[in-house]
Design a protein around this ligand. Structure first.
Ligand code: HEM
Length: 193
């Protein structure tokens, strides 16, 4: 009895921890994606580093999301089915907030699968699907805010605010500040302007 209660609690902590790590990784991935698209680079930080980090952090976020979802389903304290993780708004437990999580997960899967198949599907389709990332991230933030048990905590508020601040800054710098100020299409070192 005690063992079952302890393992359920462990799963619950894992759900929360992996959810937070997933959100942080997703945030980093969005910022790195924006940086790649905007071609921000310098001599000390060439673009291939940003691109490599963007790809690997995105893949890592899927690993943590798998843990997040598996522990949420396996923790029998509340009834969440596997299908609730992929079909939005079907869960009997917090249908709206979990539905947002499922929606964000589906969008992320679409973005990652099309990225892995980029050469086969072509640049236009890949790019069209990749725009989903801009929708996926805020939906994931809302899901965390609505479903999470740690929202009353100051440190969680700090994580959420920091995530919103960095993404907002990156998006603002890319789309609002004139692109010419940032673009470095030519190499900075040894290159001609
Ligand atoms: C991109 C997808 C997702 C991200 C980034 C994400 C992230 C998060 C975050 C940050 C929290 C708050 C954790 C806390 O307050 O400690 C959370 C809570 C939660 N998520 Fe997700 N999530 C995602 C998808 C899903 C999916 C598909 C499910 C479906 C099973 C799910 C189930 C849960 C549950 C049950 C909680 C509440 C845990 C608690 O009791 O505190 N999440 N998620």
């Amino acid at each position: 009895m005690i063992v079952a209660a302890t393992s359920t609690k462990a799963l619950w902590y894992l759900t929360r921890g992996s959810g937070i790590v997933s959100l942080v990784l997703l945030t980093a991935s969005v910022v790195l994606g924006v940086s790649t698209a905007a071609r921000w680079a310098s001599a000390k930080w060439p673009r291939f580093i940003t691109e490599g980090l963007h790809k690997n952090i995105s893949l890592l976020s899927i690993v943590f999301l798998a843990v997040h979802i598996a522990t949420a389903v396996l923790d029998g304290y509340v009834h969440i089915r596997w299908i609730d993780a992929v079909v939005p708004f079907t869960s009997t437990y917090r249908p709206f907030w979990l539905g947002l999580g499922a929606l964000a997960f589906d969008m992320l899967l679409a973005v990652i699968v099309t990225s892995l198949l980029r050469v086969r599907i072509g640049h236009r389709i890949w790019r069209a699907v990749h725009w989903l990332a801009y929708g996926c991230w805020p939906i994931a933030v809302l899901h965390g805010l609505g479903a999470g048990s740690d929202n009353g905590q100051q440190w969680m508020l700090f994580i959420d605010l920091a995530a919103v601040a960095v993404v907002a800054t990156a998006v603002f710098a890319r789309f609002v500040v004139p692109a010419t100020t940032h673009r470095t299409n030519t190499p900075l070192v040894g290159g001609r302007a």
